[in-house]
Design a protein around this ligand. Sequence first.
Ligand SMILES: O=P(O)(O)OC[C@H]1O[C@](O)(COP(=O)(O)O)[C@@H](O)[C@@H]1O
Ligand SMILES: [Mg+2]
Ligand SMILES: [Mg+2]
Length: 338
Amino acid sequence: MSNSKLNQTLGEFIIENQSSFKYSSGELSRLINSIRLAAKVVNHEVNKAGLVDIIGAAGDTNIQGEDQQKLDVYANVKFIQTMTKRNIVCGIASEEEDDFIAINSQDENNQNKYVVLIDPLDGSSNIDVNVSVGTIFSVFRRVTPVGTPVTIDDFLQKGNKQVAAGYVVYGTSTMLVYTTGDGVNGFTLNPAIGTFYLSHPNMEFPENGNIYSVNEGNYIHFPVGIKKYIKYCQEEEGDRPYTSRYIGSLVSDFHRNMIKGGIYMYPKSSKNAKGKLRLLYECNPMAFLAEQAKGKASDGFTRIMDIEPTELHERVPFICGSKNMVEKAEEFMRDNTI
Ligand SMILES: O=P(O)(O)OC[C@H]1O[C@](O)(COP(=O)(O)O)[C@@H](O)[C@@H]1O
Ligand SMILES: [Mg+2]
Ligand SMILES: [Mg+2]
């Protein structure tokens, strides 16, 4: 991509690349545009995280038993509102909603074909401590007929059926990074004028990296394969030891590893038999991005995007990042399956 493309606005990029999308009808472009708008609204609030009325718990728990933070709820409302008001989706599922939301899909005039799954605020434990957080989204074409009520089947699709996925990272700068199956591009928000500019075209994971990201506080509970891989990362050998970096926000750890080369792991453990991260609105979208950026994502054995979902909020073990590093970790998992 020539440098002249750099600093293209996100709006211009969406229009220019619409035709490269196999289902292009303008609908997905309008959807990405609405996510762009909601991201700016949420970014404005995130940047104030520290003021009393923004931080802290909202007082409710979500279906996963997690205390919802005020910003979890705020971001959830803003993304759902923005997409619903613009009548561009027929269904939305969210980490913060017990069940999926049908958006007037029973109305036969509703010709909308897309459903969206979102993690409105990723890295919630970092909101109050001024550490970067994110938003994650995944988009599918519905499988049930247009003009009929969406059903759970429209959401429980394998990740390899995604038509778009992305995230917003609210960090030292705010970026929107996404794919529609034709590579991964990153856009940085110029807060002075409220416009996203193409700053990171064709993002790719280096095949190898020297960063590993895992919550080592859970080490004793990890499967033997993961323990051995962590030891492998720490050995004095060749380009090792690798550097340990763990922000505790999936989006931020993924983003850093995609730029610098690295591996992120949230394995299963004797405490969490299926790990912590949710397949549909955390692992699938990050896996689609990873593969589009020449990286890899699995549960240690199976490609994440080939996993058949059975529940809206199901969790899976997650290993994702630079291709050769993920394959090495899988090798340790395979050789230590006790
Ligand atoms: O504190 P832990 O157990 O290491 O978990 C951190 C992980 O949990 C998450 O915060 C889960 O996401 P949410 O904040 O959206 O619930 C990830 O972003 C992060 O990688
Ligand atoms: Mg999350
Ligand atoms: Mg979340």
